[in-house]
Design a protein around this ligand. Structure first.
Ligand code: ZN
Length: 508
């Protein structure tokens, strides 16, 4: 990262900051690096803030920033710089706490007393003090995470997620996972980072992961927790496949509501849960009883993407359970004969589902499955809406005068949730897929690129590693082109679950 100094800024400084910035945000996409460089040279102060290391110099500069007069580009990067500064503060605070912990390490009672001292000094609850103490202790065993927090590469939340989701591993193995994931962390949201960590944990030692899963299954439970205002929470701790199965069933009942139903999706799911269970009590009453105006129910589809080798038990590559994330391949094997589950089988050599180009505007099911398996979620950076309920957008808009098979194909279809589909159509945000790296680059109306790395398909770990190494070697990448004009989407009516979507962008 770039060290800010209080000296007078020169043009060379601006170029250095632009380069540092472009390299830090572009990931493995050369297209994105060019866009980022262009943006950074147009907004040098913003780029300097974006690439600056957290520390006293940056804190001083941020405090000095004339907020009312600064351009919006600078303010956005100041926001990011304060976030990194917060991470640096947390890392330094943990360093102090680690020293205090070291001084009481010999006595259990002194350690407990330290927590009370922390709680009293900060005027926080014992639980809140415990969180600080636990984080400091975990960071002692995870120096790479502590360094990344100090550098602002990890936010406090991401550091916590990484420590939590690798907490079941022995320290040395956890450090290997930390090392592999920290570099990707700036481009991932905390939930995405958590999913990547859980996947790495599953694949690092599959036997240990199986044993932990078997033990955790034994603890499955449903509990009722009273809440204020005469409400209550029912919490179920379930194997991931059962949890997703239950949620899909609730979604299906909720989606059967009449179009004019004023209830939101959360309320409809909650009512569906009660309806289903009440029907069990009221023997003989079917929850499928149709009332006028109800939509025809779609059978919920349960999707699990897994390589053919892993499904056959030949490898332990994690599968991907739609609506949840990475799962042990043994869970997939257990479900292989159940009709409700749709398996997207991927080629173990390439990690990709097979493609069949469409003969029409709407992609055939095999192509649809291939896009869903490739994109996994909406392709806006950080968006976690399942590709299963996304629109499949023609990146270069569908043109009736051209051959359909040339357009309704894998390279021109991208999963977009309704919100981000509308952002593209109305908000002048432009996505393009870098055909070589698979990185989707979204360019804001101001020209700033945001990248979304391809989600690792459940291919073979060795191949993914090889690809990373190849990426580091570099190479030319052609730019995907994004045209304006008529926008095409292939909607899935399950996306209407999200409630009051206006009827744009036009479906055809
Ligand atoms: Zn989205």
């Amino acid at each position: 990262m770039f060290e800010l100094s209080s000296e007078v800024r020169t043009a060379d400084d601006d170029v250095a900051a632009a380069l540092a910035y472009a390299r830090s945000v572009a990931g493995r996409s050369h297209v994105a690096e060019d866009l980022a460089m262009h943006w950074a040279l147009a907004h040098p102060e913003a780029a300097r803030l974006a690439a600056a290391r957290p520390g006293p110099a940056l804190t001083w500069r941020l405090t000095d920033l004339a907020v009312a007069d600064a351009p919006s580009e600078d303010l956005l990067e100041a926001l990011g710089a304060w976030e990194r500064t917060a991470a640096w503060v947390a890392a330094e605070q943990a360093r102090v706490l680690q020293e205090l912990q070291r001084r009481v390490a010999a006595s259990t009672w002194a350690q407990k007393g330290l927590r009370e001292d922390v709680a009293g000094t900060l005027a926080v609850s014992g639980r809140a003090a415990g969180i600080l103490c636990d984080r400091a202790r975990e960071l002692t065993a995870a120096p790479e995470v502590h360094d990344a927090l100090r550098e602002g590469v990890l936010s406090v939340r991401k550091a916590d997620v990484l420590l939590r989701d690798t907490g079941s591993l022995p320290a040395s193995e956890a450090r290997r996972v930390h090392d592999a994931l920290i570099a990707q962390a700036p481009l991932l949201t905390a939930p995405q980072l958590g999913a990547a960590a859980r996947r790495a944990v599953l694949e690092l030692d599959p036997h240990a992961a199986e044993a932990r899963h078997r033990q955790a299954r034994e603890e499955r439970c449903v509990v009722l927790e009273p809440a204020a205002d005469c409400m209550a929470t029912i919490r179920a701790y379930l194997p991931a496949t059962d949890a997703v199965r239950a949620m899909r069933a609730l979604d299906a009942v909720a989606a059967a509501a009449a179009p004019e139903d004023p209830r939101g999706i959360d309320a409809r799911r909650a009512d569906a849960l009660v309806d289903v269970l009440a029907a069990v009590l009221d023997a003989g009453v079917s929850v499928q009883a149709t009332s006028p105006g109800r939509r025809r129910r779609r059978t919920p589809r349960l999707n699990l993407t897994i390589s053919t080798d892993a499904l056959a038990g030949a490898t332990s590559t994690a599968g991907f359970l739609d609506g949840y994330g990475p799962v042990l391949p043994s869970l997939a094997r257990r479900l292989a004969h159940e009709a409700a589950w749709h398996f997207v089988r991927t080629d173990p050599a390439t990690g990709e589902a097979l493609e069949q180009p469409g003969s029409r505007y709407r992609p055939p099911e095999a192509l649809r499955s291939a896009i869903i398996a490739r994109d996994v979620t909406c392709t806006f950076p950080g968006c976690r809406v399942s590709a299963q309920v996304c629109d499949l957008d023609h990146t270069v808009p569908f043109d009736d005068t051209r051959e359909a098979a040339e357009q309704t194909r894998r390279s021109n279809l991208t999963a977009l949730c309704r919100h981000h589909h509308r952002l593209k159509t109305h908000g002048r945000w432009t996505p393009s897929r870098d055909p070589d790296s698979g990185v989707v680059v979204w360019t804001s109306p101001g020209g700033k690129p945001y990248t979304r790395d391809p989600v690792e398909a459940p291919g073979e770990p060795d191949r993914r590693l090889a690809r990373r190494e190849a990426d580091q070697g570099g190479g030319d990448v052609g730019a995907g082109h994004q045209g304006a004009g008529r926008d095409g989407d292939v909607g899935d009516d399950r996306s209407s679950l999200t409630g009051a979507d206006p009827p744009d962008p036009a479906p055809f």
